[in-house]
Ligand binder design. Structure first.
Ligand code: ADP
Ligand code: GLC
Length: 480
């Protein structure tokens, strides 16, 4: 039996701010249980919903040395859908209304978490063959493993994988502060280890010390070796190119299934969507106070509102777009300037634009089900899950050709009758608008063709099956 431990700062259904939670919640379930024992460890945040906290069982606690401090580490446990989850408890670090706040507090919090991930292993009696780390929050796990923990017999030979979900976030602060927070020696604070551009960098530490590196699509794996997408670490990505591979994300086909989804008013599948899907649109128009017109093309956006997602392009041509016969439904939270931009257009084009500036899982499902098209013009996109959810719900993605968007959306070819969505290449607002207008033309003038695009999209398999097999292969190769 191969033992794998996922170390992550979020996982569905317990805590989610973005796609990382979807991945860390769904992927562990997808391995063959005869050969793999995959468990997950995450922080026991105060903001985890009470119904989950009530189901966790307290196991034990101990004190852990961390720099000059001795820190409390509580361990809670719960099994969910056949997966063993461990929660690290420390009310000092994991209180507050959200999992993340700001540096350097977050760095201290996740340095503690990373060290605790290793410290609990002898206590819970689980010696993983591989610790699979996700994003900068767990970047110090491979570093600590290389440091003190390698001294003990228990830890010797444990391998690590660092998966990059988003290279933009690296966990960076000045060296003296990080040295005292982490308790790591001078040895680590040099440019070929944790140091990057004079600061200490958690993700870099993980990328240097991990045995293997993955990211969430092939195209992003290539892109991050270039200065534009490399976020200052392209040199390191090139240097470790042999240990870096892209494995595209999937989505949880049980949760995202238009045929059984309890959050949408009218269920449908790949055969019934022609009649049934539109009923979801009318229901949503009613709910959101948009003009009730089953024929009007509805374009959806469900997203963190950050510059990664291409909202500058949308802001630039929104007035022009709103002259067309379309409705635009937005669900998202994030940077104030984008929240206000969408509020403004909601006010200006009240019966055409609906800005929903909040977070709601059920509302996101309603939008995936109701819309005709889904807009995701990202500046960069490691993988992107929203376009996969859209494809699954028969909603045609309109995307920029970057990262996972390029790998998962095949552009429509009118002459060959192929493709599952619409895409454009350059980060240019009018290029985007032209592609949206091309989609409008197909939608209004060639509805049968449009429905065939939907057919092809719904027929694609973006469940975890293929990608989990690739992770299995990587685990087998690493363990040998
Ligand atoms: P990222 O991880 O960069 O935010 P992804 O496309 O990988 O982007 O994943 C985003 C996930 O978060 C999807 O599951 C999407 O439906 C969800 N999501 C984003 N914003 C909201 C929101 N306001 N309400 C509900 N779900 C949201
Ligand atoms: C990150 C990326 C997103 C990806 C997700 C899960 O949040 O921004 O593209 O889908 O992680 O891997």
């Amino acid at each position: 039996m191969k033992k794998i431990l996922y170390a992550t700062s979020e996982a569905v259904p317990f805590i989610k701010t973005g796609g990382l939670a979807d991945v860390a919640g769904a992927l562990p379930k997808c391995f063959d249980k005869r050969y793999f024992d995959v468990r997950v460890v995450l922080p026991k945040y105060e903001c985890i919903a009470q119904k989950w906290k009530d189901q966790m069982k307290y196991i034990t606690n101990f004190y852990m040395e961390m720099g000059a401090q001795s820190c409390y580490v509580g361990i809670f446990y719960m099994e969910f859908q056949g997966i063993k989850f461990y929660f690290i408890d420390n009310e000092y670090y994991f209180s507050g209304p959200t999992p993340y706040s700001s540096a350097p507090w977050d760095l201290e919090k996740f340095a503690f978490f990373s060290r605790a991930v290793l410290s609990i292993l002898p206590v819970i009696g689980f010696r993983p063959d591989i610790i699979h780390c996700h994003d900068w929050q767990t970047g110090l796990v491979p570093v600590y493993l290389n440091d003190k923990f390698q001294g003990g017999e228990f830890f010797r030979g444990i391998k690590t994988i660092m998966t990059i979900h988003n290279l933009k976030f690296q966990g960076v602060w000045d060296v003296p502060t990080i040295k005292s927070i982490t308790g790591l020696s001078d040895y680590y604070f040099v440019p070929d280890k944790l140091e990057a551009y004079k600061d200490a960098n958690f993700l870099k530490g993980g990328l240097v010390f991990a045995d293997a590196i993955t990211t969430v699509s092939n195209t992003y794996a290539e892109e991050i070796k270039t200065p534009f997408y490399g976020e200052g670490l392209d040199g390191l990505m090139c240097a470790r190119a042999h240990d870096l591979r892209g494995i595209v994300n999937g989505i949880d086909y049980d949760i995202f299934n238009p045929e059984t989804d309890p959050d949408i008013p009218f269920n449908y599948n790949a055969t019934t969507f022609r009649k049934e899907k539109v009923k979801n649109k009318v229901a949503l128009q009613k709910e959101l106070g948009l003009e009730q017109d089953p024929k009007c093309m509805m374009i959806g956006i469900v997203s963190r509102l950050t510059d990664q997602k291409g909202f500058d392009l949308i802001a630039y041509v929104m007035d022009e777009l709103c002259q067309d016969n379309v409705q635009i439904v937005v669900l998202g939270t994030g940077e104030e300037r984008y929240e206000n931009m969408f509020r403004h257009f909601d006010w200006k084009y009240n019966n055409k634009v609906s800005a929903n500036i909040y977070y709601s899982e059920p509302m996101s499902h309603k939008i995936y089900a109701a819309c005709d098209a889904f807009l995701m013009p990202s500046l960069f996109e490691p993988c992107g899950l929203s376009q996969l959810m859209s494809l699954r719900y028969g909603t045609v993605p309109i995307v920029r050709e970057t990262g996972g968007l390029k790998d998962t959306v095949e552009p429509y070819n009118e002459y060959e009758c192929t493709g599952t969505g619409f895409s454009f290449r350059n980060y240019n607002a009018h290029e985007m608008l032209n592609v949206i207008r091309n989609a409008e033309r197909i939608y209004y003038d060639r509805k049968r063709e449009w429905n065939k695009i939907v057919d092809r999209g719904m027929a694609r398999d973006f469940s975890w099956n293929n990608s989990a097999a690739q992770y299995e292969e990587l685990y087998n190769w690493l363990i040998g």
